[in-house]
Design a protein around this ligand. Structure first.
Ligand code: SF4
Ligand code: SF4
Length: 357
């Protein structure tokens, strides 16, 4: 089955009844891939994203029309190696632990295999090395080969690190943050296009805050729809969100801007003549693992698009290490690499003052 352009995120579901209705509406709309995980929407062992996905798809009208993806990680969700927490899928570092994760996810899903299995929240070379060690994550996945069809990686890493993961030849998909105000990882899209790897763009609405402006919400989704080789992962909550995405898809033929023109339009909306980060990503890697462009995209939206929601979203996402601007040591490396010759240290200081309370 070819993956649809819009794919279904199962991380923002509300409760069992609306989750099942929403996912079935999305499958009826032709969206044919569901991304879930052991920890999404987890209330308890019975009520969580995986069990709701299971209920939605274990029906003769739906199972054959959709691919299912789930995941686990040797990491801790951040930049470290994790301790084993099976209920959430963290710290999975041995063959037995991977087998336990497959048993848990497949039981919750009510399936005997998944279409895609992801090496999840893997952001650093150290985490990837942990997954590759003898008797580790990859050996565990190989030992369970009868339970999955394709492998992918889900990461918030910097572009060079992600490309190194992909150069291992182990993955058919990469799921990573990408949106109209955070194009930091566009180089990965180019690499994937050349190497027939599918990109699944998460955070299409910048962690949700772009929905606060109708014009930006529409441009954000249309931007990703226009990128060849990119699939747009939308975390639906209710069927009306599915209907909006379907409307976007059906009206793309009447939309005459290119992806580049959309970026330009969003840039023009930013009300400033000040030097501003364009989230190009060329200043990485940062020794503190800050994804500078991604973090400053929240500052741009807050300061120049006047969106208070961007500040809220930034603070709510401080679990993502790449957004931890407070960890900056002002070492000057990013500034020395910035092709736009921006005073990056000064911009980071201003962003810290504006975004942190
Ligand atoms: S600081 Fe410069 S190099 Fe870094 S993402 Fe922004 S514009 Fe690009
Ligand atoms: S100045 Fe700050 S953000 Fe830039 S590379 Fe150094 S620690 Fe990272």
């Amino acid at each position: 089955m070819d993956m649809s352009k819009i794919v279904i995120g199962a991380m923002r579901l509300d409760d069992r009844e609306s989750a099942v209705a929403t996912m079935r509406a999305a499958i009826d709309a032709g969206f044919n891939y569901i991304d879930t995980s052991p920890c999404y929407c987890r209330k308890d062992e019975k009520e969580n994203s995986e069990t709701w996905v299971g209920e939605a798809v274990n029906h003769p009208d739906y199972r054959d029309r959709v691919m299912i993806s789930t995941k686990c990680t040797p990491g801790n969700g951040g930049l470290e190696i994790g301790d084993f927490q099976p209920e959430g899928g963290f710290g999975v570092r041995s063959v037995d632990q991977v087998s336990q994760m497959f048993d848990q996810s497949l039981t919750r899903l009510g399936l005997d295999r998944v279409d895609y299995y992801h090496l999840w929240t893997t952001h650093t070379a150290e985490q990837f090395a942990e997954a590759r060690k003898p008797g580790g994550w990859f050996d565990g996945v190989a030992a369970n080969k009868d339970k999955w069809d394709h492998l992918g990686v889900t990461t918030h890493g910097d572009p060079d690190t992600i490309i190194e993961f992909l150069e291992s030849g182990k993955f058919e998909t990469v799921t990573m943050p990408l949106n109209v105000i955070n194009t930091t990882r566009l180089r990965v899209v180019d690499y994937c296009r050349e190497n027939c790897i599918k990109v699944i763009a998460m955070n299409p609405l910048a962690g949700g805050f772009l929905v606060a402006r109708e014009d930006l919400k529409e441009l954000a989704l249309r931007y990703l729809m226009l990128l060849e080789g990119v699939h747009v992962l939308i975390g639906f909550t209710f069927p009306e969100h599915v209907a909006y995405a379907k409307w976007i898809e059906e009206t793309m033929g009447q939309f005459d801007l290119t992806a580049e023109q959309i970026l330009q339009r969003v840039n023009e909306m930013m009300d400033t003549a000040e030097p501003r980060c364009t989230a190009c990503g060329y200043c990485l890697p940062c020794p503190e693992q800050i994804t500078v462009g991604a973090a400053l995209s929240y500052y741009n939206a807050y300061k120049y698009l006047h969106m208070d929601e961007a500040k809220e979203a930034f603070n709510a996402k401080q679990w993502e290490d790449g957004l931890r601007l407070d960890k900056c040591t002002y070492c000057g490396l990013c500034e020395s690499r910035c092709p736009n010759q921006l005073p990056v240290g000064d911009i980071i200081r201003k962003a810290q003052e504006a975004l942190y309370d």
